[in-house]
Design a protein around this ligand. Sequence first.
Ligand code: B4P
Length: 194
Amino acid sequence: MSLAHACRIVLLGPPGAGKGTQAQKLARRLGIPHISTGAILRAEAARGTDLGRRAAALMERGELVPDDVVLEIVQARLEQDDCRRGFILDGFPRSLAQAEALERECGVASAGLRVLSLDVPSEELVKRMVLRGRKDDREDVIRARLEVYRQQTEPLIAFYRERGALVPIDGIGSTEEVFERLMVQLGSCDGRAS
Ligand code: B4P
């Protein structure tokens, strides 16, 4: 199997942009694993592990979990066999330090990624998340998460643009419409074909 055909996708975008929603659909269509750091952290919290308890307190305030904690989770997951044909990273990287660690410590070259950046205006994001109603979807926490996104995650757009990996996607419309836009950009990408 040639890794040249591996489909390495990053879904980038503000909280509530639909990263999780689209990542699930893409994983089913492309036959590659969906790796959501948010979902992994919530599962740890539900199991009441030490890590989960620490993460839950930060998530409920809308803050990011420390880079080293998230990196350890991602590194271990990417080493599993099912990632050899490609993967969809949802919610990681979320800071420049995480993006650099993905290159350096996980050996995933930025230029070989397809970074699909979902673009959705803030007011629409707030509406979507209030409707979703997760523990961290209270309006004050949502505003805090949007601010964290602007400060820590948004610089990744320029980072990946400079490396020729950025693919901007209009995230407004039905989930099917957004999915079709993503698939058009992914073209020949198929984890089962390699
Ligand atoms: P995440 O789990 O990544 O969640 P998110 O960014 O809030 O949501 P997402 O964009 O996936 O939206 P979704 O599809 O669900 O992060 C949660 C927390 O975990 C972070 O705040 C942080 O504390 C921590 N964390 C995670 N990764 C981390 C990292 N790398 N480093 C540090 N901390 C980390 O969609 C939202 C809603 O919109 C849903 O209800 C959905 O049904 C709806 N929706 C989706 N698409 C729609 C559309 N096209 N139209 C209308 N509604 C739509």
